[in-house]
Design a protein around this ligand. Structure first.
Ligand code: SAM
Length: 271
């Protein structure tokens, strides 16, 4: 997978060199290029914004500069790794299965982070982890001229206008990092043990994860649940399932309402 991030503050994206995403880059599982939008400006002041048409507060990012930038990053498709190699082109589905990308043409997506977009979720992360080439356009000020999204859609590129939550940040860089981390960790080989991706919150079960504990069994007068020390796998699995259901009901009743009742067993339903 190739990810191109375009921003007027490329240094903001430095944490993408750390931890699991940094390792995935070193290992060549993902290529992440960070570009300074201003390299595509043509005037002396390297202008990227202008006043809003129709008036009003703030500034809007110019479509001509974004057009030059995105044309340029979408022009290097030849860099995309060929399909067929499960490790290079595959993806972990919510049930943990690894599938390859087949022989289909490269899939390209332009992500435009915006608080007015669809809510980014684990479902988007799974889908975007199958993409060959992602470009992320980090807006600032009042955002990017709306014609940029329309133009790339018209050119056959998938455009995803996505929000990371119902609040407003100063720019798209942090949102880009949130989405890139969520996407890249779903590429096979990035997270050491693929099974740790299966039982997570927001996975296929549609639940939050159960509470987790480690040694020591007793800490500051608090005992870890005895069942976890029992060695009885069946009972541990049942306890975890019950805890997941109870925690989800308490914290995210909307997720419980969205559950498919036919997927619940009699014990689940009795809770
Ligand atoms: N005027 C815009 C509005 O009200 O929808 C907000 C613009 S915001 C100050 C500047 C940039 O920050 C946006 O273009 C976007 O890139 C980013 N941004 C802010 N909040 C965001 C969020 N919740 N999710 C994703 N991106 C966000």
């Amino acid at each position: 997978m190739i990810i191109d991030v375009v921003s007027i503050f490329p240094d903001y994206l430095a944490p993408l060199g750390l931890s699991l995403v940094g390792k995935a880059r070193e290992q060549g599982t993902v290529t992440i290029n960070v570009h300074d939008l201003r390299q595509w400006t043509t005037d002396r002041h390297r202008t990227v914004d202008d006043t809003p048409l129709g008036g009003g507060a703030g500034m809007v990012m110019k479509p001509d500069v974004w057009g030059q930038a995105l044309d340029s990053v979408f022009a290097h498709e030849e860099l995309i790794a060929p399909h067929g190699d499960k490790e290079a082109a595959g993806v972990v589905s919510p049930d943990g299965a690894v599938t390859d990308g087949g022989e289909s043409p490269p899939r390209r997506v332009l992500i435009i982070p915006t608080p007015s977009g669809q809510s980014f979720s684990q479902r988007h992360a799974h889908d975007l982890a199958t993409v060959d080439h992602i470009a992320v356009a980090c807006g600032r000020y009042e955002g990017i001229d709306a014609r940029v999204a329309d133009h790339y859609r018209d050119r056959g590129i998938e455009v995803a206008e996505l929000s990371i939550g119902d609040y407003v940040l100063n720019g798209g860089e942090v949102a880009a990092m949130v989405m890139i981390e969520a996407i890249v960790r779903l590429i096979p080989g990035v997270v050491g043990n693929p099974h740790s991706l299966v039982e997570e919150s927001h996975g296929e079960a549609g639940l939050l994860e159960y509470p987790v504990f480690t040694r020591p069994p007793s800490w500051r007068g608090l005992d870890a649940p005895a069942v976890l020390l029992s060695g009885h796998h069946g009972r541990i699995a049942r306890w975890r399932r019950d805890q997941s259901l109870e925690r989800t009901a308490r914290r995210r009743p909307d997720m419980i309402e969205a559950l498919d009742v036919t997927e619940l067993d009699a014990h689940d339903q009795a809770l």
